[in-house]
Write a protein that binds this ligand. Structure first.
Ligand code: PMP
Length: 307
């Protein structure tokens, strides 16, 4: 889906016109992948109007990602949270996908450069259901990829860095070339890791299972949201590595992420899940979207009004 242009982008502390948010071809981040980013959403909520969802948690993860790769961010968590609110409001968006990105800029070549200055920008634009409205309703068809996720001790999967998405790209394009809607990767040890841009939950005999941090996942903020909401609904959630065949005995499977929200999975490698009515997935979806329509009380302060 093409990006829908809006008026402004926040860059290095200023609102600039969308078309001026460009960068030099010798930008360090473009050559060495020295870029970290976030994917966030703003929703039009019943209780509090237009809100950024889990603003602080996303900005804290951005700061953590930047810290790992020694990309200086000259703005505080509070300042960046404010910039996220501002970019949604200034563009008059009722709901939006928000993309903060921090990267090493122009100035010096070489992967260990300390002279390339960091840049930071935040864009916001409209974006619907990442895996489609039909996928959100009826579930998506998913394949296990021939590509493994990066192993622990290679590049950190738990950091949201641009380079990690080379793995996601290979996994996702392979799946799409084969006629599936999304791909999932296995870890270095053959256990299940995650989708190209989503965490994975398997419903098995009433329990929810999801791979742990050690299975080369990005510890998603939506994953954390779902673990919390599932607990409230009385479900047991098991964070433990599991083998590929566990997917084939699933009662239900769903994927979570800021872009994908909570998307049911119909089949894995053409094998359908046991219950295509997705009764537990529907409860989880309702609890999640209930945060925005007011049916789920936001006990955690996750809704941050743009003002
Ligand atoms: N894993 C990967 C590889 C992702 O790109 C994403 C999306 N950011 C997720 C998991 C889910 O993370 P979150 O819920 O924080 O968006």
């Amino acid at each position: 889906m093409p990006i829908q242009e809006v008026k402004h982008i926040w860059r290095n502390g200023e609102m600039i016109p969308w078309a001026e948010a460009t960068t030099h071809v010798l930008t360090h981040g473009l050559h060495y992948g020295s870029a970290v980013f976030e994917g966030m959403r703003a929703y039009e909520t019943k209780p509090k109007g237009v809100c950024v969802f889990r603003n602080r948690d996303h900005i804290e993860r951005l700061k953590f990602s930047a810290r790992v790769y020694q990309i200086e961010i000259d703005y505080s968590v509070e300042e960046l949270m404010q910039a996220c609110r501002d970019i949604v409001r200034e563009n008059g968006l009722a709901s939006a996908y928000i993309r903060p990105v921090a990267y090493l800029g122009y100035g010096e070549m070489g992967p260990a450069s300390t002279a390339a200055k960091s840049e930071i920008a935040i864009a916001a634009f409209p974006w619907g259901a990442y895996l489609g409205d039909d996928g959100m309703k009826n579930g998506v068809e998913v394949a296990v990829s021939s590509w493994r996720r990066m192993a622990p001790g290679t590049v950190p999967a738990g950091v949201k860095a641009a380079g990690n998405y080379l793995s996601s790209r290979l996994i996702s394009i392979e799946a799409k070339d084969r006629g599936f809607e999304e791909g999932i990767g296995l870890s270095h040890d053959g256990t299940v890791s995650e989708g190209a841009g989503e965490n994975l939950f398997v419903v098995h005999k009433g329990r929810l299972h999801t791979p742990p941090a050690s299975s080369s996942i990005l510890s998603g903020i939506t994953r954390d949201t779902i673990i919390t909401l599932a607990g409230k609904l009385g479900f047991e959630v098991v964070e433990q590595a599991f083998p590929r065949e566990f997917l084939y005995s699933a009662d239900e499977i769903f994927m979570t992420g800021t872009a994908a929200e909570v998307t049911p999975v119909r089949s894995i490698d053409k094998l359908e899940v046991n219950n295509l009515d997705f009764p537990i997935t529907r409860q989880i979806q309702n609890a999640f979207f209930g945060l925005f329509n007011g049916e789920t009380e936001d006990e955690w302060g996750w809704l941050d009004p743009v003002g």
